[in-house]
Design a protein around this ligand. Structure first.
Ligand code: SF4
Ligand code: SF4
Length: 431
């Protein structure tokens, strides 16, 4: 026995946590890729250091309070997982630990408020839309507002886009090749609803029928990653009920949502619904993976002008779901596109769910660092597959005075299809 963790004291999540702790051989290979270790240079803010801290807390040798600041500073970016030669499943440890900590640790009022606000608004599109609308007025009074609210206001766009809605069923164009159900996300519906519109447009153009189940809700990611286990379980159950079984895949176009849905087996571990999560998780795919596997139909999209696109790997796509190749292949399929790779592509942009609200200093440093790398790449467009990263990078590029457009991969594909169509209409001889 490498540990002294009393399994029966820590509930159903103790077992995966203990397995993760036991798998760590303390080699330190993960340190070099950890953004918080890079920023702070402290062992306790590295994956290895946090694993030791969490082990000691679970063994009863260290207080929850002593470990919490270091656990809070973890982005949950999972860059440590692919870097680990021992295959430590860090994801089985960090969110379960946060869920346990909730019942052992009382936060000061300011911290409670800055966590309560996003938890009560972001997962509910109508509330979030109302809050974001008020927030735009509030931006003018930012210097007078409590510190906890300022990072939230900074992330809001100058103008909220108009609300959009999507039919329950959008039929495939031409011969149907597949049928899918789409999770429309919650923050995404408010901050950039055009991402869903373009996703549906690109899929249907490629022969895919798209269902948008009305009963769906938030993926539960925000709740799960901040230790709100009960809320995460409610969201997971709602989606298990809402998504039909007679579809080829359940698609997400926001990396954070996809990765949260892949963790429903942990969220619902030890409950009556745990068994339902296995089949469900197997059907959840990022939209880029699904479309790349299905194959783009001819004619391929064509960019109206030459475009140099920098692709930013969202951590919850690249590290959590292992998706790096597919979005790049889809973008490269657009004629006229040159893809540029960013240095230190494995480094998080600092968005990480609500991290930029909870840890604004580290989030700002990471966002600025990423924005500088994007500008230096000479790209004319930035592409990514996660609303959190898109929002964070829009703010930091603008803060550095860059007018670079920041687009979801499927918005770029949709625009390229539109350019192809416009060109073929021009080329058609007039009657
Ligand atoms: S690389 Fe893996 S085994 Fe090595 S210290 Fe990090 S988590 Fe532990
Ligand atoms: S999840 Fe990211 S921030 Fe947290 S320990 Fe791993 S690499 Fe570091």
């Amino acid at each position: 026995m490498l540990h002294d963790i009393p399994l029966n004291q820590h509930g159903p999540l103790a077992q995966p946590m203990t397995r993760a702790i036991e798998a760590c051989v303390h080699c330190g290979f993960c340190l070099a890729v950890c953004p918080t270790y890079q920023q702070l240079g402290q062992e306790m803010d590295s994956p290895r250091g946090r694993i030791v801290l969490m082990k000691e807390v679970l063994e009863g040798k260290l207080s929850w309070e002593a470990a919490q600041p270091h656990v809070d500073r973890c982005l949950g970016c999972l860059a440590c997982e692919p870097a680990c030669p021992s295959g430590v499943p860090y994801r089985d440890l960090i969110s379960p630990f946060r869920a346990l900590a909730k019942s052992h640790f009382q936060r000061p009022f300011g911290e409670k408020l800055s966590r309560w606000l996003p938890a009560q608004t972001v997962p509910y599109p109508s509330r979030f839309h109302a809050a974001a609308t008020m927030g735009q007025v509030g931006k003018a009074f930012a210097p007078l507002l409590p510190g906890a609210l300022k990072p939230m206001l900074e992330l809001l766009p100058a103008h909220l886009p108009p609300k959009q809605s999507w039919p329950e069923v959008t039929p495939a164009r031409g011969e149907r090749r597949a049928r899918v159900a789409l999770l429309t996300g919650c923050a995404q519906q408010v901050l950039d609803p055009d991402i869903n519109t373009s996703t549906i447009e690109v899929l249907t153009r490629n022969g895919v029928e798209v269902l948008v189940p009305r009963a769906q809700g938030c993926c539960g990611g925000l709740a799960w990653h901040t230790g709100a286990l009960g809320a995460a379980q409610d969201f997971a159950r709602r989606n298990l009920d809402a998504f039909p079984e007679d579809v080829d895949a359940i698609l997400t176009n926001a990396a954070g949502c996809g990765s949260a849905m892949h963790e429903y087996h942990l969220v619902l571990r030890g409950t009556a619904d745990e068994a339902r999560t296995e089949q469900f998780r197997k059907r959840v795919l990022d939209v880029s993976v699904f479309l790349q596997k299905l194959g783009l139909r001819e004619p391929l999209p064509e960019s109206g002008q030459r475009r140099r696109i920098a692709y930013h790997d969202a951590c919850h796509l690249a590290n959590a779901q292992g998706v790096r190749r597919e979005p790049r292949l889809l973008l490269r399929a657009i004629r006229g596109v040159e893809l540029v790779e960013l240095p230190d592509a494995h480094l998080c942009c600092g968005s990480a769910g609500s991290y930029n609200l909870d840890q604004p200093q580290i989030a700002t440093a990471l966002g600025e660092q990423k924005a500088r790398a994007i500008i230096a790449s000479g790209a004319t467009v930035l592409a990514s597959g996660n609303i959190g990263c898109l929002t964070q990078l829009r703010v930091h590029l603008a803060n550095l005075g860059s007018p670079l457009p920041v687009r979801h991969t499927f918005q770029i594909l949709r625009d390229a299809y539109a350019a192809t169509e416009a060109k073929s209409n021009q080329d058609r001889p007039a009657c």
